[in-house]
Design a binder for this molecule. Sequence first.
Ligand SMILES: *[C@@H]1O[C@H](CO)[C@@H](O)[C@H](O)[C@H]1NC(C)=O
Ligand SMILES: *[C@@H]1O[C@H](CO)[C@@H](O)[C@H](O)[C@H]1NC(C)=O
Length: 465
Amino acid sequence: MAPQSRPPSRMAPLGMLLGLLMAFCFTFCLSRQNQKEFALSNPEKSSTKETERTETKAEEEPDTEILEVFHPTHEWQALGPGQAVPAGSHVRLNLQTGAREVKLQYEDNFRNNLKGLKKGKRLDVNTNTYTSQDLKNALAKFKEGAEMESSKEDKARQAEVKRLFRPIEELKKDFDELNVVIETDMQIMVRLINKFNSSSSSLEEKIAALFDLEYYVHQMDNAQDLLSFGGLQVVINGLNSTEPLLKEYAAFVLGAAFSSNPRVQVEAVEGGALQKLLVVLATEHPLATKKKVLFALCSLLRHFPYAQQQFLKLGGLQVLRTLVQEKGTEVLAVRVVTLLYDLLTEKMFAEEEAELTQDMSPEKLQQYRQVHLLPGLREQGWCEITAHLLALPGHDAREKVLQTLGALLATCRDHYCQDPSLGRTLASLQAEYQALASLELQDGEDEGYFRDLLSSVESLLKELR
Ligand SMILES: *[C@@H]1O[C@H](CO)[C@@H](O)[C@H](O)[C@H]1NC(C)=O
Ligand SMILES: *[C@@H]1O[C@H](CO)[C@@H](O)[C@H](O)[C@H]1NC(C)=O
């Protein structure tokens, strides 16, 4: 599964350094006063030109440059929108308030990192410091700032800023001598797990570690490596943390790690992941947490009949039933119904395939045969629940519910036939989709979406007559 594009904070260390260098260049180019002091790439060739330009500008707007720059201290302080932060500041996201916060790092922290490299040490690019977005924001502010009025106080601040920003030539020299040691994915995962597992890490740091980890475990090999050093179990244990956000992000990682990865799925079930996921779904938690946990559950159950059996034994269907009957959980209800549909069709295809090809291993077929999903669904009232969900607004939701009603038809036929509200809902959907399908046809779509929905509705109506 291809992961989404990497966010800036996850750029490879070298890329990040180069990004930083470019951003610094840009910042310094824009900052007219700095042009003389920090001539760019080719000082010999450009110096005259730069000086000329600086002088012209200086005549037009003498000394009006203002840098709206934040002054970090050794305490965390909230950063205003678009404020620039001096190099070496430490920026973090406060998850409670959504504010970005800044504090002062050791002086020339960045440079010390580079020095460390030259001695062959690993570059520890702190993903909390500068992101390219921070720099973009800073840059935008610099442009705005140039139009504002100057004051004595501002001048003093500018001087301070210049002291903190390091001359570009010095940075360049550091880069030239760089010999970056790239961490392997395994090393990165070990580092992230240690961060998450450490009692001295803050909540923000733990969440950031999980967030980054999710990127890596999309790759099958990486997810299996996570097993090899006990990292998976640490993340599974995160599901019974007292902090809902940690549960949420642990589930986020697990959902990615389980996805089509049988080895990881097996270990996770043995490591108690199934119980823990169900406990979160069965107890009071924010919707966002339940969403991610449901996602992880789906990913654990798919194509893994043993987990499906365990899920049924552990009362998974009751847990899901309670979940879809809560108020305000329509999003979850649609996902639950989709999961049930997927499990039903998966079992059906497995059994069909085994008959047709004899390719499937006998144990696997045996396992699918032991997933008694349909009887469980019928006993626990899923015929009625699914029928009621058809009243949900949204074509997408209805599409999923219609599919599932179809898959349950043989099992639930008597329930459906005795349910007058189902008949009414289907009739009104029929009218709605007839109208939409004919509009669709007028637009030249002969195989349109609404026509498909209409034919699902009509075939159900026919079956129930
Ligand atoms: C996580 O922390 C616990 C306790 O501090 C420790 O025993 C365990 O080995 C750590 N696990 C990993 C995978 O680092
Ligand atoms: C979660 O439960 C497991 C075992 O059930 C335990 O080892 C672990 O320490 C618990 N984790 C937290 C954060 O409570």
